[in-house]
Design a protein around this ligand. Structure first.
Ligand code: SF4
Ligand code: SF4
Length: 128
């Protein structure tokens, strides 16, 4: 997604390109078309382009949006007792491959309860 957005008032004058202190703007003239280019890694969000644009064409508010962009969505695995999400199916696959066996689908709380129950079974029984 590009954060540098211009509206249809842009006439390609290149004032923004010439006045960008970070060389974050460029352009390409090709096949009878001028394309404005923006590089987010270089952009310091100084808003000079927005101030300088004679057409008021730059929609600078997109630079300032405090929103989270979705990067990836992965299927979750849930605890087999309480249903709490514990890890992703892809992480489960990686871990299973690394340790050579299937994982118990247990959240930390139920993993501890399971461990404690096993320990109790292993204790020698008192004779009355
Ligand atoms: S200064 Fe404004 S009108 Fe000129 S190229 Fe840049 S965005 Fe377009
Ligand atoms: S906000 Fe500043 S650094 Fe970014 S493109 Fe505009 S003038 Fe360049």
């Amino acid at each position: 997604m590009s954060y540098f957005i211009v509206n249809d008032k842009c006439n390609g004058c290149l004032s923004c390109v010439e006045n960008c202190p970070a060389n974050a703007l460029s352009w390409q003239d090709d096949d009878g078309q001028r394309t404005l280019l923006h590089n987010m890694a270089r952009c310091v969000r100084c808003a000079n382009c927005w101030r300088i644009c004679p057409q008021e064409a730059i929609e600078f508010q997109h630079f300032l949006e405090n929103e989270w962009d979705e990067v990836v969505a992965l299927r979750l695995v849930h605890c087999k007792i309480c249903g709490e999400p514990i890890y992703t199916a892809d992480l489960e696959k990686t871990l299973s491959e690394n340790i050579g066996r299937e994982l118990d689908r247990l959240c930390p709380k139920h993993k501890y309860a399971d461990f404690a129950a096993r320990q109790a079974l292993m204790k020698p029984q008192k004779r009355g």
